[in-house]
Design a protein around this ligand. Structure first.
Ligand code: NAD
Length: 275
């Protein structure tokens, strides 16, 4: 880490400015949850193989609801078996250090930030949470926790009639859907904290982006808003990516190439030195 960045982090800690952390699938890679880049997410429906970006759509749910649920129950099993890693724990420590100066915006649906100790109030899960479901017909907007009895699924396990009985809306008895934002849907405040996220970006003095390729809409707006405000931006990623380039193209930005589970704990130590 270069000397200028070390001094910037220590000076930030001493001041009263706001910190916004934006995370993507990369932070959970070290917990064993694949990003959408590798072959692990591919899925066969009938005789056709689909990419995650095709499975995670309303279009697919309307045509093949059971196949989409089967894919989600497999992913739910992966998330249930995973545990927070040092990167998640470092971000929980940042909330403990900075309290109401801190906001976390995460694209991840795996719930690992909350399990690491971040608070639901300061964690905006802008793509939802896979441990929840809601009415597919929107008889109510409320998300419900996924029933504990829903079994973990291996990749080729078919859904049983009992599984389908559990995946019903507790309100109207119709089919439930995963409480996640699909690729062909739009953000809103009620489910995904859209306006709250933009507000946090507009107010932030330091933006740390972690493990995201910058391929989705709201995260791009968060970065643009923060840079427009003149925030310092630090991007953490194992490879060069659009957010790293955005950070480096701003006069006050940094790109840290490395694993989030290694880089973030080092950053926490530097913040601590400044306090
Ligand atoms: P992405 O798969 O497009 O990109 C992941 C990024 O993480 C890449 O830039 C990669 O270089 C980086 N990365 C990988 N390992 C890393 C590590 N150890 N440390 C730091 N960086 C690392 O992910 P995305 O940008 O988050 O977008 C995909 C969408 O898919 C998200 O919006 C999310 O909703 C969903 N998704 C969620 C999960 C999850 O909940 N864990 C997993 C996969 C996909």
């Amino acid at each position: 880490m270069d000397a200028k960045l070390k001094e910037t982090l220590k000076a930030f800690a001493k001041g009263s400015g706001k910190l916004c952390v934006l995370t993507g699938a990369g932070i959970s890679a070290e917990s064993g949850i694949p990003t959408f880049r590798g072959p692990e997410g591919y899925w066969t429906v009938g005789s056709k193989v689909y990419h995650p970006q095709e499975m995670a759509t309303h279009h697919m749910f309307v045509r093949h609801p059971e196949a989409v649920w089967q894919w989600y129950l497999y992913r739910l099993g992966v998330c249930r078996k995973a545990a927070p890693n040092p990167g998640h724990r470092a971000i929980a420590q940042l909330e403990a250090l900075f309290a109401d100066r801190f906001t976390l915006i995460t694209q991840n649906v795996d719930g690992l930030h909350l399990r690491a100790g971040n608070s639901p109030e300061r964690t905006y899960q802008v793509h939802g949470n896979i441990f929840f479901m809601r009415c597919a017909m929107a008889c109510t907007q409320a998300p419900f926790p996924m029933p504990q009895e829903v079994p973990l699924k291996e990749k080729d396990d078919p859904l049983t009639p009992e599984d389908l009985r559990l995946l019903r809306c507790p309100g109207c008895g119709g089919m439930a859907r995963p409480h996640v934002l699909w690729f062909d849907e739009t953000y809103n405040e009620a489910h995904y904290r859209f306006f709250s996220s933009l507000k946090a970006a507009r107010e932030t003095d330091l933006l740390i982006t972690v493990g995201t390729s910058g391929a989705t809409n709201l995260p791009n707006q968060v970065v643009s808003e923060a840079l427009r405000r003149g925030a310092v931006m630090v991007d953490v990623n194992v490879e060069e990516n659009p957010f790293g380039r955005a950070a480096l193209s701003s006069s006050r930005g940094f790109f840290l190439k490395g694993k989030s589970g290694v880089v973030l704990p080092e950053m926490v130590e530097l913040f601590r030195m400044g306090l």
